[in-house]
Design a protein around this ligand. Sequence first.
Ligand SMILES: Cc1cc2nc3c(=O)[nH]c(=O)nc-3n(C[C@H](O)[C@H](O)[C@H](O)COP(=O)(O)O)c2cc1C
Length: 196
Amino acid sequence: MSDTYLAAIAVRRSNYAITPKSSVPDEKLEAIIKACVLHCPTSFNTQSSRAVLVVGDANKKLWNMISESALKGLEGDNKTSMQGRLTAFGGGYGSAVIDAITVKFPVYTKQFPVWSLNAAGMLQHAVWTSFTLEGLGTSLQHNGAYSDELVSNIQKTFSLPSTWTSTAIMPFGDPAAPPAEKSFSPIEDRVKVVKA
Ligand SMILES: Cc1cc2nc3c(=O)[nH]c(=O)nc-3n(C[C@H](O)[C@H](O)[C@H](O)COP(=O)(O)O)c2cc1C
């Protein structure tokens, strides 16, 4: 029963070579994201995860804002290299921004920010895998810390609630090339089975 799912997660990869096109219609992208938000778990079922699908001109606007913030203070080769990466991400068709809100919950107030980020990670994986299965190239981008100022500008520009914050953004588009080769360390070093 789990074979189909395991085959799907094995297909997901980081693909940085993306084009400004999407052979998957916006309605389908929206349906995928809604299904992932609906079914991915959150701690105590607080439903703390949020997602924003950003496409077309809005995507260009988003990446211009990220670039302006991320390039501040960088110089020389570092700036050139970062500029190249950001131009490539902004040159995709869209971005899935996975957000988390902090839920106030009696007793566990301190832990909730961490748990909501864990839940956001599960949602990122579900969207990333689904987009890959649709044939899209997708990656997960942190670009250092998103400053409070940038987050606030993004919230205002796209009319998002001020409680929605994001630690990562997933740029996507039809792939221009397959993902690079990936190496794996021996699985025995990473998984132990304990029976007694
Ligand atoms: C929590 C997390 C954070 C990541 N952050 C970035 C990032 O900021 N930029 C980036 O290019 N890739 C990022 N990645 C992608 C990883 O580098 C990538 O998943 C890893 O090298 C394995 O390659 P694969 O995605 O093709 O399987 C991140 C992945 C995870 C799970």
